[in-house]
Design a protein around this ligand. Structure first.
Ligand SMILES: NC(=O)c1ccc[n+]([C@@H]2O[C@H](COP(=O)([O-])OP(=O)(O)OC[C@H]3O[C@@H](n4cnc5c(N)ncnc54)[C@H](O)[C@@H]3O)[C@@H](O)[C@H]2O)c1
Length: 330
């Protein structure tokens, strides 16, 4: 069994701690949390967990194969560089975004460039049933040559001023926080764009609350997306993408994939095909939050056991950051 430690016992840290413990059939025993109050509560609530206040000490004392980094985005680069400097064979799973700007992302990729360990970014939409089904349909060319796409990622998270690292310049903004999910899907489905532009606006916070981005590709595909966490009535964030091609159209969200084909495709007859999430839902050995989190954690564990890399890799995560920088004009 891979021996794993978690850095940052916030929302995502506790989620991955829970899933990995269930998958392993035994609790993880190493964690690091900087906030003294959270660390004290964690020590009391989870007595088998050795909670460190410093991850370099955790790494040198615990005999770990991999570390899961679930701290705020602006801390990722510093933490990863220090972990790799301490143990250049440690495998890493880092929650999205890999880093808050491309300079940092590049440094991270250079620091791990010569090692064969596993380096994965938590862009779990690739493991979500509807988005992975849509990938399969796009990759098979069912809707023909894709001409344009449009999409959005919306939430109601910021409808008034607030506090926290997500709303701080340099660490936050909707393109850095929610954006990676939709940008990663665009790269995964359509490849790398040749030109990207963006427009952004602050509405309630001092960072970008609304961002519009356009994409152009070598093969004449074009597309646009809107990203905002200041749209009313989204109890959960919604990710939506539609692609129009020479043989039809595809619409995908967290809940469904709809495909309308003019003529029979490679594997699908002409007409309307609707796949709803419950029908596509994969069975997972342990369900906490959505199955995609369990599936990405299984992918990380499998990659560790096989000593083979797994997507989305650090390079894929760095590409997302590069596109985000281009959208934000920095
Ligand atoms: N994949 C997703 O859908 C998804 C969803 C939410 C958040 N995230 C990402 O997960 C990461 C964490 O987000 P969150 O919502 O769990 O944040 P959070 O604020 O709930 O938790 C972060 C924790 O890290 C701790 N921390 C900060 N610096 C530290 C350090 N140097 N050493 C040890 N601990 C430290 C904080 O005290 C806090 O407890 C971010 O990168 C975020 O973008 C991903």
């Amino acid at each position: 069994l891979p021996r794993l430690g978690v850095i940052g016992l916030g929302k995502m840290g506790l989620l991955h701690l829970g899933i990995h413990s269930a998958l392993a059939g035994e609790p993880l025993s190493a964690a690091c949390e900087k906030d003294a109050v959270v660390a004290r509560i964690a020590r009391k609530a989870i007595p088998y967990l050795n909670v460190y206040d410093d991850y370099v000490t955790m790494l040198s004392r615990e005999n770990l194969d991999g570390v899961i980094v679930t701290t705020p985005a602006q801390t990722h680069a510093k933490i990863i560089l220090e972990l790799v400097a301490t143990d250049n064979r440690i495998s890493l799973f880092v929650e999205k975004p890999l880093a808050v700007n491309h300079d940092e992302a590049k440094k991270i990729c250079e620091s791990v460039g010569r090692s064969n360990s596993v380096y994965m970014v938590g862009l779990q939409k690739r493991f979500a049933p509807t988005f992975s089904k849509a990938k399969e349909i796009v990759a098979k060319g069912e809707i023909g040559e894709i001409q344009f796409f449009k999409g959005h990622v919306f939430s109601s998270d910021v409808l008034s001023g607030g506090e926290g690292w997500r709303l701080k310049s340099g660490s936050g903004g909707v393109a850095v926080d929610l954006g990676p999910h939709i940008i990663d899907l665009i790269l995964w489905y359509f490849g790398e764009p040749s030109k990207v532009t963006g427009l952004s606006k602050s509405l309630y916070s001092s960072v970008e609350d609304y961002v519009h981005a356009t994409f152009e590709f070598q093969n004449s595909l074009i597309g646009s997306i809107d990203m905002s966490w200041s749209i009313r009535n989204f109890r959960l964030p919604e990710l939506y993408l539609e692609a129009h091609g020479t043989n039809g159209a595809l619409v995908v969200s967290d809940d469904f994939v709809k495909v309308q084909l003019d003529n029979a495709g490679m594997n699908m007859p002409a007409g309307l095909h609707v796949f709803r999430r419950p029908e596509l839902q994969p069975s997972v050995p342990f369900l906490l939050a959505e199955p995609e989190f369990t599936l990405e954690d299984i992918a990380f564990r499998t990659a560790l056991s096989n000593q083979k890399s797994s997507e989305p890799s650090f390079l894929a995560g760095a590409k997302v950051v590069e596109i985000t920088d281009a959208i934000l004009g920095r």
